[in-house]
Design a protein. Structure first.
Length: 435
């Protein structure tokens, strides 16, 4: 780097001081600080990526002429709600989709995905997952687990799966055979979920869309987009996906959306998903925003920054545990397509110790000791550290994992890198004390 007169500028490296942090030892803090130093270049790269994403969001606000009059909502039926319609159009622009429906009435990502599947599929249709076994909570939606709840299977929808290869990637060689029977929809899960496998980049999703359409032009491509939004320059609808769904207490809610989810894609399919959320005939035209639209617009405005910060936190988790010799996925500083960082502990105790540390460092419920427990929608017991302002928000720093082999910790979110550093220093201290 050159100064004004052309002479080299000194590079200033700020010494990172151990904070007054009773939960961490000096040794643990030193390990975290060393990891932070190694990540400076990748942190800068992630920070630089905020600007184009924010430009996309601002351009959408401008094109839709967002004003304060969009913050209120119509009560009751919520018909002709200007704020809701504008929100939908803004999200559609950001996601590169024909249409989007952003609704507080979606309880979670699982709910939005279920509405999309039940809304579009009809009895006798075949649904094929291209990314192996879908996320845990979809097992009951599809009918792979549980009975008498009105799963897709109980409504006569056939399900098949193309298992991932041993390397955890889509078996592209097996695709043609898997798609030999007429198939109404393929399901692609972008993020790894609770599996030890690489998440699927948008370019790979695009390649799959092309191949699926070449083999069966009428087959629809649905993408579970949870945790992926705004991580890459393009979103799945821009590379050929017909329909996507996700949660607002993940990326796009910017950590302040109080609840909700979205579906986006081809207009007709989004409408069908909305007919399942509300009722046939009402579709996307009903549903109050409870005067909370401002939080959804503002959350979207904050989302690019929050996503970048989460990625920086994920890199730090990866670096700290890789430095301890643990297997991590993805590697620190690697290209990412989602917020999830997996760390393989191989035994339950270390997994629980790290969750304890993350919980103790949470802004809410820091006094709580997380213990493995059953959770609705999951077959395995889960241990979860997530003392977040929005209950269950995984855009805020959190760590969790199913209590099953190979005992992998999944960490995600983080509003600021300093929080991850403090939690990691506490985690290392606990691990050191336990060994
Ligand atoms: C890939 C994937 N899909 C779906 C979900 C379900 O989202 P939610 O917890 O909002 O129901 C998750 C949750 O972690 C996930 O990782």
């Amino acid at each position: 780097m050159l100064g004004e007169a052309g002479e080299p500028c000194p590079v200033v490296v700020l010494a990172i001081q151990p904070p007054a942090w009773p939960l961490a030892t000096d040794a643990a803090w030193g390990a975290v600080a060393a990891a932070q130093q190694r990540l400076l270049a990748s942190d800068a790269r992630r920070t630089a990526a905020v600007q184009p994403q924010l430009a996309k969001v601002l351009a959408a606000f401008q094109a839709e002429r967002l004003g304060t009059h969009h913050f209120a909502s119509v009560s009751g039926y919520g018909h002709n709600d200007l704020g809701r319609d504008t929100l939908d159009r803004v999200f559609a622009r950001v996601l590169g989709a024909e249409k989007a429906a952003v609704r507080l009435q979606f309880v979670s990502g699982t709910h939005a995905i279920a509405a999309a599947l039940f809304g579009v599929l009809r009895p006798g249709d075949r649904l094929l997952s291209l990314t192996g076994r879908p996320y845990d909570t979809l097992e009951e939606v599809i009918g792979l687990r549980g009975q008498g709840q009105g799963s897709l299977a109980e409504f006569g929808i056939n399900y098949a799966e193309l298992p991932l290869t041993a390397a955890g990637v889509v078996d592209e060689a097996g695709l043609a055979a898997a798609l030999a029977p007429p198939t109404r929809m393929v399901l692609i899960q972008r993020s790894c979920g609770y599996s030890w496998r690489p998440s699927l980049p948008v370019a790979s999703i695009g390649r799959l869309c092309e191949r699926v359409k070449a083999l069966q032009p009428e087959c629809l491509v649905f993408v579970d987009n949870c945790y992926g939004e705004l991580v890459e320059a393009l979103e799945p609808p821009q590379v050929g996906a017909d329909l996507i769904a996700g949660s607002l207490i993940k990326n796009l809610g910017g950590t302040i959306a109080p609840s909700g989810g979205y579906v986006a894609g081809k207009a007709e399919l989004v409408e069908q998903a909305c007919c399942r959320l509300t009722a046939p005939g009402i579709g996307s035209e009903g549903g109050s925003g409870f005067d909370l639209h401002r939080l959804l617009f503002q959350g979207l405005f904050l989302a690019p920054q929050m996503v970048a910060e989460s990625l920086i936190c994920a890199d730090l988790v990866a670096q700290v545990f890789a430095d301890r010799g643990l297997a991590v996925q993805p590697l620190p500083g690697a290209e990412r397509t989602d917020l999830i960082q997996a760390v393989r502990f191989g035994e339950p105790r270390a997994l629980q110790e790290v969750c304890r540390a993350f919980q103790a460092c949470s802004p809410v419920g820091g006094y709580v000791d997380p213990v493995p427990a059953p959770m609705p929608g999951y077959a395995s017991e889960l241990v979860m550290a997530g003392g977040t302002f929005i209950d269950g928000s995984t855009s805020e720093l959190s760590a969790d994992g199913p209590l099953r082999e190979p005992y992998v910790l999944f960490s995600q979110g983080g509003t600021h890198r300093s929080h991850a550093a403090l939690a990691l220093a506490a985690a290392l201290s606990r691990l050191d004390a336990a060994t």
